[in-house]
Design a protein around this ligand. Structure first.
Ligand code: ATP
Ligand code: ZN
Length: 287
């Protein structure tokens, strides 16, 4: 009998490709992602991988040609296909924003009334304009949206932004955020039972990798009279590990800390007299 596989679609070449491939590899899945490949099979996990244009991924998944896909929420929202979003993946973060020329007198969303706005996201933009009761003309273009105002094609744009430097170099100013986006794992709505099982295994690994990337392992030495206070600062997964040092009166404490709290907590730990603080990246974390 043919081995059942989960078919997953990744972006072929673009901003999500490296992180999508990297995520599967961190999940311990090995495959050949040689340049120009359109399809490959994982060597040690029941996964068949397709490499596609990101815009096509929701449709392939909705039609069941692929069972799952990794794509930006912006594409899921714009293509409006019937798919399930099962997990946010924490990369490919950006926002879809409206920007106007630097010297445009912008007060509020009402300033957009009567403007021509260039975008590759007409559906999301028209929803936004409708919600805000703005009447503007949407010009759909397929790329290089940011130059539309300077060549007289539009008065404003609605495009993806991450740092904002592209807007700045094109003399544009961001005035409204239409949506925030990151890469997500989507699945088709009629997964077979074997595919559901494989998806669960994959999700278990993805969550372990995600948790690991959001946390750090921390080790430090403290005088024994500070143990209680330090344990409050770094409570860890269940509770910290405490081990006596060879030097009496001192202990080593090991714990896990969220990366966003890291600097603030380290400052407090130092104030409590912690020494020899080591911080180590975690590969996988299973709660
Ligand atoms: P394709 O050839 O696959 O259609 P593309 O040119 O449409 O690729 P990319 O520019 O590679 O798409 O972007 C892919 C996704 O990366 C976007 O849809 C978005 O979810 C995410 N992304 C993150 N940051 C940015 C950014 N600053 N600009 C554009 N996309 C971004
Ligand atoms: Zn695209």
């Amino acid at each position: 009998m043919k081995e059942e596989k989960l078919k997953i679609a990744l972006q072929k070449a673009g901003r999500l490709s490296e992180d999508s491939i990297g995520l599967l590899k961190k999940c311990g899945i090995s495959f050949n992602d040689g340049f120009g490949k359109l399809r490959t099979e994982a060597l040690n996990f029941p996964l068949e991988i397709f490499f596609l244009r990101d815009d096509d991924i929701p449709e392939y998944v909705a039609d069941g040609v692929a069972d799952a896909g990794i794509v930006g929420e912006n594409i899921v929202a714009e293509t409006c296909k019937q798919v399930n979003t099962v997990e946010k993946l924490g990369f490919g973060r950006c926002r879809l924003s409206i920007a106007v020329p630097k010297n445009f007198a912008y007060d509020s969303v009402e300033s957009l009334n009567g403007l021509r706005i260039a975008t590759t996201y007409p559906r999301i933009l028209s929803d936004f304009l409708r919600r805000n009761e703005v009447k503007a003309e949407i010009h759909v273009i397929s790329g290089s949206v940011e130059i539309a105002p300077s060549i007289g094609l539009a008065d404003a744009i609605c495009d993806l932004v991450s740092s904002g430097s592209t807007l700045l170099t094109n003399g544009l100013r961001e005035v409204e955020t239409v949506m925030y986006s990151e890469a997500v794992l989507i699945t088709q709505q009629n997964l077979g039972s074997a595919q559901k099982e494989i998806l669960e295994k994959l999700l278990f690994r993805i969550r372990a990798v995600k948790a690991a990337s959001e946390n750090k392992y921390i080790l430090l030495n403290v005088p024994n009279d500070k143990i209680e206070r330090v344990c409050q600062l770094i409570p860890g997964m269940k509770s910290p590990t405490i081990m006596p040092l060879a030097e009496s009166g001192w202990s080593s404490i090991h714990s896990v800390i969220h990366k966003d709290d890291f600097w603030e907590v380290v400052e407090k730990l130092k104030q409590e007299g912690a020494q020899g603080i080591l911080v180590i990246s975690i590969d996988q974390m299973i709660r």
